[in-house]
Write a protein of this length. Structure first.
Length: 147
């Protein structure tokens, strides 16, 4: 999950469908509406996983079985790719005083031979553009009680 910097949009990643959806988000009541496709990934790309926006409003996504994180354009196309020495990138966030450090989590399990010696590591990469602090929110799910 991730929000657009203006807090009017909400991204939801469905990894196994290989899609990222974009919804309209109402910050006042937490409701979501107007679901639409934002980005679609081929089987050879890997699975989109954790995501976060940067200060320019572009979405970054960790790619499970893709050995990378990607920065996506407004049309969902890939603008930038940061390669990793392990296959399973699971999530990412911006940090540091100026939000120009990208922290990337990866998974290991029992497959280090296939996924690389650094599988399960936390990586820090200097970003070419700053990110934004994480947004703490509430989401009103359909058929849920807002109380």
């Amino acid at each position: 999950m991730a929000f657009t910097p203006d807090r009017k949009g909400f991204y939801y990643t469905d990894s196994f469908a290989r899609e990222i959806y974009l919804f309209d988000y109402n910050a006042e009541d937490g409701s979501l509406s107007n679901q639409r496709d934002f980005a679609r990934f081929n089987e050879s790309d890997g699975l989109p996983d954790g995501a976060t926006p940067d200060a320019e409003g572009r979405l970054w996504s960790a790619i499970w079985d893709g050995s990378c994180v990607v920065r996506l354009l407004p049309d969902g196309g890939i603008d930038e790719r940061i390669l990793l020495p392990t296959r399973k990138a699971s999530s990412l966030t911006f940090g540091g005083n100026d939000h120009t450090d990208i922290y990337i989590t990866t998974a290991a399990g029992n497959t280090r031979e296939a996924d690389g010696d650094l599988a399960g590591s936390l990586f820090r990469v200097r970003a070419t553009r700053p990110g934004v602090p994480e947004f703490f929110s509430r989401i009103l799910l359909p058929n849920s009680n807002p109380g």
